[in-house]
Write a protein that binds this ligand. Structure first.
Ligand code: NAD
Ligand code: MG
Length: 410
């Protein structure tokens, strides 16, 4: 069985690793910057990017001594230029500038943009054979087979940063793949783990983003609340570890201490544990194949006292079932799942649709887009575009229905 685990040594040359960060101003990006700033002698920064947070990006670029900084949003460009005036840092804007950032000659690229917007720059880094630390799971959900083919063709290396996949990578003996039975991803269960469907129907965006264990960006926080995050991670794991859906289990573990497990045929189960702090998996990828120190709280199992596990409830969290069947359907269906989910999550965050509408919009969009194969990047874009158009329409229908319900019977 082929697997995309890193086998070759990184190109460190003079001992300094050159890095770029796509999505530097987000939650994963800021944690990466934190680790870089603690280890200035080990890293040199090539490029940093953001969507529109120009001031923070400029501050990061100066502090890290980056050569290039780019914002996706043209409206943020004048602010970036002004903030970096007088500094020897080139600036850019728009989607092409994100790709330009990925093409700067960094040995190691953190892919931490959220959503399918990260596909083009991540692919650009892959295509020049870089080591890509992948946080942006949507890249593998929307174009997994295509991206993995390009990773192999271009001799790139993908390092999983998502905490569950990073944990599994640490326990996964890629030289003894035949000895591996299955892998297990843990899920916190999110902020609504104990809520009834009726309670979730009324959930607000503020409640949905208040994750009990992790501080993350808004989109992934909502995904954790619907448990679509675990569905996306299932698809991500399928591509990273080359395992079919029936060999990937999900177990709810509310404490988020055990991040991922690998079960071997002899009955051994290897797990990686740690306090829930993304700087641990980021440090593992940043230092790989060495281990870099991370300023995380040490794990005190006696103080925690109890680790609990339970099966996921797919009746209250249908997103998991929807994602698993999208993975099994294959072709363009995971691309549709991802695009519909992104659309529905932002409609929910904007207050237009309800929390339970998210999974419904996703499932109905999948049912409405004709199935088909993905042969090229153009196919990915076509499925993505069609799915977004349908999901926007369905979200509009739900939004109107909610407004009518709120006004009550006339
Ligand atoms: P975030 O929203 O905090 O940050 C996203 C970053 O991407 C920001 O720098 C933002 O400026 C940039 N960005 C957003 N939209 C963009 C666009 N259209 N074009 C270009 N840049 C854009 O998100 P995050 O929580 O850091 O998550 C980033 C990715 O990592 C997601 O795919 C998420 O699923 C994954 N991830 C995050 C965590 C976590 O702890 N936050 C853990 C595991 C995986
Ligand atoms: Mg995760």
């Amino acid at each position: 069985m082929a697997i995309s685990m890193p086998k070759r040594k990184p190109r460190c040359g003079d001992g300094v690793r050159r890095v770029s960060i796509l999505g530097a101003t987000g939650s994963v990006g800021k944690n990466t910057v934190d680790l870089l700033r603690r280890n200035p002698e080990r890293f040199a920064v090539e490029a940093v990017t953001a969507k529109d947070h120009a001031e923070l990006l400029a501050e990061q670029a100066v502090a890290l001594g980056a050569r290039f900084a780019a914002v996706a949003d043209p409206d943020a460009y004048p602010r970036l230029k002004e903030a970096l005036a007088g500094h020897p840092i080139s600036v850019g804007c728009g989607p092409e500038a994100l790709v330009e950032a990925a093409l700067y000659p960094a040995d190691w690229v953190m892919a931490a943009i959220v959503g399918a917007a990260g596909l083009a720059p991540t692919l650009a880094a892959v295509r020049r054979g870089a080591i890509v630390a992948l946080a942006n799971k949507e890249v593998l959900v929307c174009a997994g087979e295509f991206v993995m083919r390009e990773v192999k063709r271009c001799g790139a290396t993908l390092l999983p940063v998502d905490s569950e996949h990073n944990a599994i990578w640490q326990c996964f003996d890629s030289s003894r793949i035949e000895a591996i039975d299955r892998i297990i991803l843990t899920a916190s269960g999110g902020p609504f783990r104990e809520r009834s469907l009726d309670e979730m129907r009324e959930a607000t965006p503020a409640e949905a983003v208040a994750h009990p264990n992790w501080r993350m960006g808004a989109k992934i926080s909502v995904d954790s609340a619907t448990m679509m995050n675990k569905g996306l991670e299932l698809i991500e794991a399928h591509h990273l570890f080359d395992l079919e859906s029936d060999r990937i289990d999900i177990v709810v573990h509310p404490q988020s201490i055990v991040h991922g497990l690998v079960t071997y045929h002899d009955g051994s189960v290897l797990a990686q544990l740690g306090t829930p702090d993304m700087r641990t998996p980021i440090a593992y990828a940043l230092g790989w194949p060495e281990r870099l120190a991370a300023p995380t709280k040490s794990l005190d199992l006696a103080a925690i006292g109890r680790l609990s596990f339970e099966p996921p409830d797919e009746r209250r969290f249908p997103a998991l079932r929807i994602a698993r069947s999208a993975l099994e359907a294959g072709g363009g269906t995971p691309t549709v799942l991802n695009a519909a989910n992104e659309t529905a999550v932002y409609a929910f965050l904007d207050g237009r649709i309800g929390f339970l509408d998210i999974a419904e919009v996703v499932e109905r969009t999948i049912a409405m887009v004709p199935a088909g194969d993905i042969q090229s990047l153009e196919d990915v874009h076509n499925f993505d575009k069609t799915a977004r158009e349908i999901a926007i329409r369905l979200s509009g229908v739900r939004a109107n229905a909610r407004r009518a319900e709120a006004m009550g019977p006339r």
